[in-house]
Design a protein around this ligand. Structure first.
Ligand code: ATP
Ligand code: ZN
Ligand code: MG
Length: 400
């Protein structure tokens, strides 16, 4: 085996050309292809894939990795067509004062401290920013007289199964378990459990009970599950909640941009099709004024969810065709790119059908939500306005 050790990094030529509009999406999926992959980049030609590995691998492992890469590319690219990106608001050209990478300053000021990849403790500045943006999002919720809810962090596996979550997003799931209710198991654990050099807990896998619960990946799901198998007496509902979300994004977990554990504020609409679509649109227009006041450089454009490889092509095309998702993409000047800080979503009657939530006329309820990523909002703001409050927009004067 030693003879065949592959030196890192190396490149692969993709069998098909990855079109421009899919490069980011395909690249992000490489994080889940093989545990050897430490970094994977698709070059602008759409054919060359540069790979960095965590450790050396032998020829057979390399062939296996290469085959999986080709398989991902083929299944995401074959038959894909470029959806027309619809732009609803465009303020990307807005001049902003800061151009540097906020991560450097955030670390220097000990404003962020990483516990594990994608999991951060946040300091006073970031916390105050998040609290401020929260007040703005809550104002939006109040403008709809949305009813407040609090949802748990855990979510039962059988709930997620009911809405086909395992098919759509298996790669980003996070699981929760506990020790079995057994004196010997608990005794043994208390005496012997520890962490090895990699931080892995050294306990026998059979110490743990079967997995029945996960860490929740979204906020609004909890509301739909609470309403399952019911008829909505009023035929409509508007709810708001803030909550922890968990999405394991593997090597894509970088700084506050992409977290394993993040928080989301949502305003959720349930009713008939017109009710949901009209309110989603009103929410967008109200937020347009808020983002204007915040002097954010951003754009609202049509998008799709990061479905698992096998589901991606079909589902993404479906979402695009029916305008089910619009993202608020804030500019990150230091890397000349954008980051989704929120989204306006319409699920049609998907949850109504799968969870048997009905309207007074017996038809399945339609649902939609507007969702804001709080850490990303603070991060994008700092990337545009920096750390000197004198440079901040008028509405934020006196905040710090
Ligand atoms: P992306 O395309 O960047 O992965 P998404 O489409 O998965 O985002 P949504 O499901 O629309 O995101 O979630 C709503 C908001 O939650 C996003 O606009 C973003 O602000 C935030 N969010 C989603 N995933 C993460 C994450 N891993 N880390 C931090 N914030 C996130
Ligand atoms: Zn939602
Ligand atoms: Mg997205």
């Amino acid at each position: 085996m030693g003879n065949y050790m592959i030196k890192q990094p190396f490149t692969i030529k993709s069998q098909v050309t990855i079109p421009d509009h899919l490069i980011k999406e395909v690249q992000s999926k490489f994080a889940y292809v093989d545990e050897y992959i430490a970094n994977a980049t698709i070059l602008p030609d759409g054919n060359t894939i540069e790979l960095e590995l965590r450790s050396e691998i032998n020829k057979q492992e390399k062939n296996n990795l290469e085959e999986k890469i080709q398989r991902v590319v083929l299944s995401m690219v074959k038959g894909a067509y470029q959806p027309k990106v619809e732009i609803l608001e465009d303020y990307l050209d807005k001049q902003v004062p800061y151009q540097s990478d906020p991560n450097i300053e955030l670390l220097k000021r000990q404003e962020i401290s990483q516990e594990t990849p994608g999991v951060f403790t946040l300091g006073p500045l970031v916390t105050r920013l998040i609290e401020y943006f929260e007040t703005r999002f809550v104002e939006l919720a109040d403008s709809f007289a949305a009813q407040p809810y609090r949802f748990p962090i855990l979510i039962p596996a059988r709930y997620l199964q009911r809405v086909n979550y395992f098919r759509a997003f298996p790669h980003s799931l996070s699981f929760a378990t506990h020790l079995r209710e057994d004196l010997d198991t608990i005794d043994h654990f208390s005496q012997h459990a520890g962490c090895d050099a990699h931080g892995n807990l050294t306990a026998a896998p059979d110490s743990f009970s079967p997995i029945q619960n996960l860490l929740s990946p979204a906020v609004c799901y909890h509301l739909y599950f609470a309403l399952a198998d019911q008829s909505l007496p009023e035929g409509k509902m508007i709810v708001t909640a803030v909550g922890n979300c968990f999405r394991y994004e593997a090597i894509n977990l970088t700084s506050l941009e992409r977290l394993w554990n993040f928080t989301m504020r949502e305003v959720i609409f349930i009713g008939n099709k017109d009710f949901v679509l009209e309110n989603r649109e009103i929410a967008r227009q109200r937020m347009q004024k808020v983002f204007q006041e915040l002097e954010l450089a951003y754009r609202v454009e049509s998008a799709n969810d990061p479905f698992f490889i096998g589901e991606f092509r079909k589902q993404a095309a479906f979402q695009s065709a029916f305008q089910l998702k619009f993202e608020i993409r804030a500019s990150l000047p230091f890397k000349n790119s954008t980051l989704a800080v929120g989204s306006y979503n319409y699920h049609q009657d998907f949850f109504g059908r799968h969870l048997n939530i009905s309207l007074p006329d017996g038809s399945p309820a339609h649902t939609g939500c507007v969702a804001f990523g709080l850490e990303r909002m603070a991060y994008a703001f700092l990337a545009q306005y920096g750390f000197d409050p004198n440079q901040w927009p008028l509405c934020m004067k006196g905040l710090i």
